[in-house]
Design a protein around this ligand. Structure first.
Ligand code: PLP
Length: 411
């Protein structure tokens, strides 16, 4: 009976705790800039029209059921997902160098990567950007992997610390694992430009490091799947002769499947010489991934997978989905502009151009933890202590209010 009496009480998850505080807040006007989930211009969750259509298609199908999927997931999803990520006529796909399995959304894919690393290269250091999505640390450390950081955000210039980034790559032990945000970096909203990506990847190759791309926002950032996949595809090209690439893919944001946990984990193998049977290597990898899934989930969730697969494999629905991503990304971009313009109009001290320069769901506003606290206490505007604001929480009804609140706490 006393066995667990002394276990530590852990602090609540900072992000989900915001949600709780917000729901208990009885003030009439409150703004949620915490959780990274899309909201429409009325501040409501948005079911994508392509998803609504896909659901109708699924339920009309006479073979509709809730049977288990196979351990590797729904093949029509994993194959369609690989094409979305790598591009229709990608060489790695044509050369059959890609292993793809379904995962429990992006988090599950990262966990699967961590399990895989623990088993086959557990001594390697995992390098995460400073700052990064808080769950990255938790996922890799829970699996017993050691993490380190590479410089990323330069607070003084609110831009990429490329010099620090490259020198961390250079000084990391050979063959370390580098976790790279494919696009729409969380929390900063700041991505390397194309030239910077090339130098980052070249530096990584020089030190035989392993690349893990975390792709949680493809198409959500710019509205264009290909544009948002630039870094992943450049990495594939550059590493094609060198080493495998690991990619964790989430459909939470770009298909709005947040709670349905639809995602994939891909390993793209390099070209091998004739003496190696790539089929054998792929079979072995697949068997290891299946073992991980079997012992943890038995098999991945079906409903969200069917929805995404239907969207990806029907030309009209795919077209609608592309429009949906433009709807989401352009509303967010519009809100970035309105927030910046309102702050400028109010003569709020400081330069706010970074808000429009950043991309994806978030803006790293540069507001201090004290200012964030005041925003919540005095104005019921909720964001995380780091000053990260989920721009999707802004809408034409509250953006002016938020700008005034920021103006008040900055002054
Ligand atoms: N990676 C990053 C950088 C994220 O921001 C998120 C979600 O916020 C994820 C991965 C995974 O999300 P999910 O598990 O909901 O797909």
């Amino acid at each position: 009976r006393t066995l667990f009496n002394d276990i530590d009480l852990l602090p609540p998850d900072s992000l989900f705790n915001i949600k709780q505080r917000l729901s208990q807040d009885s003030r009439p006007v409150k703004v949620d800039l915490g959780i990274g989930a899309y909201r429409d211009d009325n501040g409501k969750p948005w079911v994508l029209p392509s998803v609504r259509e896909a659901e109708k298609v699924i339920q009309k199908d006479p073979s509709y059921n809730h049977e288990y999927l196979g351990i590797g997931g729904l093949t029509s999803l994993t194959q369609g997902a690989a094409k979305v990520l790598l591009g229709d006529d990608n060489k790695a796909l044509k050369e059959k160098r890609v292993v793809s399995v379904q995962s429990l959304s992006g988090t599950g894919a990262l966990h699967m990567a961590a399990r895989f690393f623990t088993k086959f290269c557990g001594d390697k250091l995992v390098y995460l950007s400073d700052p990064t999505w808080a769950n990255h640390n938790a996922i890799f450390e829970t699996m017993g992997l050691k993490t380190a950081t590479y410089p990323y955000w330069d607070p003084a210039t609110k831009s990429l610390n490329l010099k620090g980034y490259l020198s961390a790559i250079e000084s990391a032990p050979k063959g370390s694992i580098f976790v790279l945000h494919a696009c729409a970096h969380n929390p900063t909203g700041l991505d390397p430009n194309q030239e910077q990506w090339a130098s980052i990847l070249d530096a990584i190759i020089k030190k035989d490091h392993i690349v893990l791309f975390d792709s949680a926002y493809q198409g959500f950032a710019s509205g264009d799947l290909d544009r948002d996949a630039f870094a992943v595809r450049l990495g594939l090209e550059k590493l094609a002769e060198v080493s495998p690439i690991f990619i964790c893919q989430s459909f939470a944001k770009n298909v709005g499947m947040y709670g349905e946990r639809a995602g994939c984990f891909h390993i793209v193998l390099p070209r091998q010489d004739q003496s190696v049977s790539i089929e054998n290597v792929k079979d072995a990898i697949n068997s290891q991934l299946a073992k991980i899934t079997r012992s943890e989930l038995s098999n991945p969730p079906a409903y969200g997978a069917k929805i995404v697969s239907t969207v990806l494999n029907d030309e009209q629905l795919t077209e609608q989905w592309h429009k949906d991503m433009v709807t989401m990304s352009s509303r967010i971009i519009k809100m970035r502009h309105q927030l910046r313009d309102n702050l400028v109009k109010l003569h709020t001290p400081g330069n706010w151009d970074h808000i429009v320069g950043q991309t994806g769901m978030f803006s790293y506003t540069g507001l201090s933890p004290e200012m964030v606290k005041r925003l919540e206490k005095e104005h019921a505007v909720y964001l995380v202590g780091s000053g990260r604001a989920s721009i999707a929480g802004l809408n034409s009804g509250n953006v002016e209010y938020v700008a005034k609140a920021i103006n008040e706490v900055v002054n």
